[in-house]
Design a protein around this ligand. Sequence first.
Ligand SMILES: Cc1cc2nc3c(=O)[nH]c(=O)nc-3n(C[C@H](O)[C@H](O)[C@H](O)COP(=O)(O)O)c2cc1C
Length: 386
Amino acid sequence: MEITEDIRYIGVNDHDIDLFEGQYDVSENGMSYNSYVILSDKVAVADTVDAHFVDEWLGNLEAVLDGRTPDYLIVHHMEPDHSAGIAAFMERYPEAQVVSSAMAFKMMKNYFGTDFAGCSVVVKEGSELDLGAHKLAFVAAPNVHWPEVMFSYDAHDKVLFSADGFGKFGANDIEDPEGWSCEARRYYFGIVGKFGKNVQAVLKKAAGLDIQVICPLHGPVLKENLGYYLETYNTWSSYQPEDRGVTIAYASVYGHMKQTAEELAAALEERGQKVSLFDLARDDMAEAVEDAFRYDRLVLCSITYATGIFPFMSTFIHTLAEHNYQNRTIALVEGGSWMPMAAKVMKKQLAELSDITFTQAGVTVLGALDDDSRAQIATLADELSA
Ligand SMILES: Cc1cc2nc3c(=O)[nH]c(=O)nc-3n(C[C@H](O)[C@H](O)[C@H](O)COP(=O)(O)O)c2cc1C
């Protein structure tokens, strides 16, 4: 596939994978591992692919080389879904040089038993790789989302190679009916979300470049409306809510807390609020995390469980904290049969988060919903809709 006149796509699609990075469900739409070739006076290959697809990828590469031999293999990111083919590539093209950051070469030694000394080019922020007509400028992107990550920019075609930045779940050979943002957001908050400051830093550097194409390592190549993608990444990485709305996440055993969450959702919708409702034991937790970041208000509804909170709620709060969840309004709803204390426990667990506003109103359900707890739901819905 042609990205520009001189840049070709040689990535692969994985429809066998169930969990990306061991935890993100991609069983429906799969995953792509992107790789590119720059056919300039010199030939550079940008990144390899997952171990299961190295042969297919080498075939894709050979097809676009048209008899030429690669001069360079650029390694923007050492995570194995992009680096697994390095050794096989160097075996096939022993005259080529590997181009990467110093830290990436240390990782190569750990993965492959060699740091390719004698055929390595170490690059850092500001380094340039001269391919002839095309010259690649390297931009350090530490912790987006591994420490060794580099982006690179080709001023000739105005292309940014953005490693895992601007990545998306889903293979490239199927049309995502939800468009780019839904699965790109789940990807961002699951995988990159913790590193907002680092993303902000690299976005500032990117602001000085004239970018017309973004080539990420997962998902579609972005060619049009780039302002939208850059602005969306700016919103996500600065922890600003993207939309107004209420995410309700509940944990329930016998259904009373589920009913409470549903009645609160209905009350909020009656008041004109957008609501996104999750059963933390059954729904995809990464989607709950995604929507908690997407919207400005979050309601946590948990039963009291052995004087604590239900395990899925504990995991959810822990995951939010791990991803630097901040700058949101949170309401607490608890249930219990003899001594409800879930709200207190959730608040304690949430204490490590910064810039959180708790609503004044909350809801306590003793056993089953009654007039008193329904009145509390109405009061909370009013406060959240104000
Ligand atoms: C294993 C277990 C432990 C529980 N521990 C407590 C507790 O420590 N304090 C309490 O008030 N209720 C406790 N409960 C009661 C739950 O909070 C109860 O399920 C809730 O009132 C009803 O909500 P549900 O129908 O959504 O599960 C416990 C329930 C279970 C199943």
